[in-house]
Structures are given as C-alpha cells and as structure tokens.
Design a protein around this ligand. Structure first.
Ligand code: SF4
Length: 185
C-alpha cells in the first residue's frame, strides 16, 4: 500500500477555511454523525465539498450514521455543551478518522474541530492523541482558532457566501439554541 499524506477531519466549511488559511493540507474527511437533522447534515456537507473544490483538496467518502452517535451519547443527553457528551462526540469522530487512516495508509491525521471558539481545544487534542496511541496512528495537534489568519478566514467565508450554522450540530445543542432564541423574544 502506498503511503498517503494527511487526512483532515473536517467538521464544517467555515472551519475548513480557517484551517486551510492556517496551513492545513490533506484529504478532506467529513465524518459527522452528530449533525441533526439530515437536511442540516446535507447542507453542511455540500458547503464542505464546495470549499474542498475551491482549494483543490481530495475528498474521502464518509457515511452518515446518526444511530452511532445516539448510541454513543446515551445517558449524556442532558450534559451541557462542552461537557462529557462532547468528549464522546469528539472521540467518535476521531476514532473513525483514525480507522480510515489505517485502512487507506495515511501518514497522519488532524481535525478542524480546534478552529471553533466554542470547543475545548485541549480536550479535542487530548482525545486525538489518545486515539492515535491506541490505534497506532499519528495525530497532529493544532489550535486553528489561534491562527493569525483567523480574521482573514472569517472575511473569506463571508465573501464566498459560505453557510455558517448557528448551533454546534447535535439535536441537543439545537434545542438549547432554539430555547435561547425563544426566550429572547
Ligand atoms: S454540542 Fe457539539 S460537540 Fe457536543 S455533542 Fe453536540 S454536536 Fe457534539
């Protein structure tokens, strides 16, 4: 098997723009079974494919298996955003990425999850390193949201008309967002 370079787990198009401007390269892997509902998943995926084409990045196909997410976070439904459920959610996505790294022979992997100002980047990177250790793969830690090109990426995202979601992704984070919006009215 010939060695491929890098597999970049991508959570959404705006974060791919941030990571790319910060220097991230590699094949794009959009594995996010946490996203709910399916129409939202399709919308985010569509935008990621658009940005991948724009930056001339190859895309590795990934399945949408939300039942895997719901099974993994059972019992953690009422956790706040940033709590235990999110750690499980990161792990689910990075374990899948690591399995593809092994299967297709990539040298390393990383994730755009650290581009989001709302994510606990320490936890993301710690999970990435643990998964790599356990699977015999190489995880490249990053903190894309601290990149000096962060503001440029925000401008570019706006300029390109890229869809920017207003909740993290799962049905639980969506509910919180909806509740907050209705209490503001
Ligand atoms: S809030 Fe975001 S990171 Fe946390 S479980 Fe939901 S989708 Fe995953």
């Amino acid at each position: 098997m010939s060695l491929k370079c890098h597999l970049l787990h991508v959570c959404c198009a705006p974060d791919l723009v941030i990571a790319y401007l910060a220097g991230a390269r590699g094949d794009v892997f959009f594995y996010n079974p946490n996203i709910h509902p399916k129409e939202e998943y399709e919308k985010r995926k569509h935008e990621v494919l658009k940005v991948a084409r724009l930056f001339n990045l190859e895309v590795v196909e990934a399945e949408y298996d939300p039942e895997n997410f719901f099974k993994s976070v059972r019992g953690l439904e009422h956790e706040p955003e940033g709590g235990k459920r999110c750690r499980v959610c990161f792990e689910l996505r990075l374990r899948k990425t690591a399995s593809v790294v092994k299967e297709l022979g990539y040298a390393s992997f990383s994730t755009t999850l650290t581009a989001s100002p709302k994510k606990d980047v320490h936890t993301v990177n710690e999970v990435g390193k643990t998964v790599a250790l356990e699977t015999g793969t190489v995880y490249l830690a990053n903190v894309y949201r601290k990149s000096p090109t962060y503001n440029d990426a925000q401008r570019l995202t706006k300029l390109l008309g890229i869809y920017r979601q207003n909740y993290c992704g799962c049905t639980f984070s969506r509910r919180v967002e909806q509740d907050e919006n209705s209490s503001e009215r």
